[in-house]
Design a protein around this ligand. Structure first.
Ligand SMILES: Cc1cc2nc3c(=O)[nH]c(=O)nc-3n(C[C@H](O)[C@H](O)[C@H](O)COP(=O)(O)OP(=O)(O)OC[C@H]3O[C@@H](n4cnc5c(N)ncnc54)[C@H](O)[C@@H]3O)c2cc1C
Length: 400
């Protein structure tokens, strides 16, 4: 069998992979590039899948990372619907699921993550939606006719956004999650409980502090049994209970893997010819310490950065990534460790529901969440990077 050879191979046509290609081309205009994606779509932005697409603010053809013609114009070979099944580091060889073989010079693993499955009876029933891709959007959009009912399992980012999206689409939505309030890992209690109330005011039935134990189908609908003895019926079930990083290729190839593929500050794995970026990469963040981040800005900036480094830039990755979300009219941008296990302090204006929540540990700022407050990401980054001893009083008005 012939083996095509490429100077650069990118496995994963998501956000990090899509941006990596332009990072490579910034430094090397002639080296050959191949991008493999298990999906059938060119690299696209995922955030609109749970937001703007449901509000009618955009369409699938407008959310590409690069316009479709970019790849041919920049001599990038794109192999869609092609999952790489094996990586031979010694031979610098990749094999896809159909047996196709490719040789690479430098390789980027931008394989992202896969939705966690519900480990319970009925958790693998056909039609259950573990929401992640444009194809999931197409399928759900088709099924999500106004007046139907949807049960959203999970109260984190995806669950909360999808409950809002489906409500906007005219469905009767129930949310089921084990915590006391929405997005509880990130929101302090008072704000989280206020969000529960805001969702209820929008017509969402919020079932908190309960969890599914089994899922069945009957007469074309689902019935979800819960720990507290509830029996919830719905036409559609959408599950958003987190993701697991796609690390199998890396692990099988003998790369160092922990909570993600372990990379150094240049996003290089334990093999100097292989890099990783995005949701799958465990990297040494300079201010806050080693971590893996499952957010858009990180995937975009690491993807681009890794691309440049594949092409020889050799630069450390120093961005402090931010993330954002929209829940009905409530939107926020956040930087750093926005984790409610830290001490939190809210600089809040109740009358217009805006403000900044600060997250502190050992008297130093770890993270900041700007709620309905915009264009303050750089200010938040600077405060966190400073790592000066700081009190809640000193933080009053520091960002907003
Ligand atoms: C619905 C939704 C909404 C979101 N909204 C927000 C938001 O509002 N704000 C925010 O900050 N973040 C948001 N995120 C998170 C953000 O989109 C992710 O952090 C980002 O997509 C990660 O990019 P990635 O390239 O690392 O992985 P992915 O985008 O998951 O891409 C990985 C790609 O690799 C492919 N792949 C995996 N293994 C192989 C293989 N062996 N061979 C070939 N291809 C392979 C996958 O099929 C996939 O196409 C959202 C995510 C989702 C799903």
């Amino acid at each position: 069998m012939t083996q095509e050879r490429f100077d650069y191979a990118v496995i994963g046509g998501g956000l990090a992979g899509g941006w990596a290609v332009s990072g490579i081309r910034e430094r090397d205009q002639s080296g050959s590039i191949v991008l493999f994606s298990a999906e059938n779509d060119l690299p696209y932005d995922r955030p609109p899948l749970s937001k703007q697409l449901w509000k009618g603010d955009t369409t699938l053809d407008k959310i590409y990372v690069q316009p479709p013609e970019y790849y041919a114009q920049n001599h990038v070979v794109v192999k869609l619907g092609t999952r790489i099944a094996a990586l031979d580091r010694r031979e610098h060889r990749l094999r896809d699921e159909s047996g196709g073989e490719y040789l690479y010079g430098k390789l980027l693993l931008a394989t992202g993550g896969a939705p966690r499955r519900l480990p319970l009876p009925g958790g693998d029933l056909p039609g259950l939606c573990y929401y992640r891709t444009a194809d999931d959007y197409r399928t759900l959009r088709e099924a999500a006719r106004a007046g139907r009912s949807a049960l959203v399992i999970g109260g984190g980012f995806i669950g909360s956004e999808m409950a809002a999206a489906l409500t906007i689409a005219g469905l009767r939505v129930t949310m089921l999650f084990p915590e006391r309030y929405l997005v509880s890992r990130v929101f302090p209690e008072s704000l989280g409980l206020a969000l529960n109330a805001a969702y209820r005011a929008k017509g969402v039935e919020v079932v908190a502090e309960d969890a599914p134990t089994a899922i069945e189908t009957a007469h074309g609908a689902y019935r979800v049994r819960t720990r507290a003895g509830r029996s919830l019926a719905a036409d559609l079930v959408v599950v958003g209970i987190g993701i697991a990083p796609n690390v199998e290729l890396a692990r099988a190839a003998g790369l160092e893997v922990g909570n993600g593929i372990v990379v150094n500050e240049r996003l290089q794995t334990s093999d100097p010819d292989i890099f990783a970026a995005g949701d799958n990469a465990f990297f040494p963040e300079a201010t806050l310490g080693p971590r893996r981040i499952e957010h858009w800005d990180n995937a975009v900036s690491q993807g681009k950065h890794a691309g440049r480094n594949l092409a020889g830039a050799g630069q450390p990755f120093t961005d402090l990534p931010f993330f954002y979300s929209d829940l009905f009219e409530f939107g926020y941008e956040a930087v750093g460790d926005v984790d409610t296990r830290h001490e939190t302090f809210a600089d809040w204006q109740e009358e217009n529901k805006t403000g900044v929540i600060y997250y502190l540990a050992h008297g130093r700022l770890r993270g900041a969440m700007m709620c309905n407050v915009w264009e303050k990401v750089e200010a938040a980054r600077a405060l966190i990077r400073a790592q000066r001893p700081v009190t809640a009083q000193q933080l009053q008005g520091a960002i907003a």
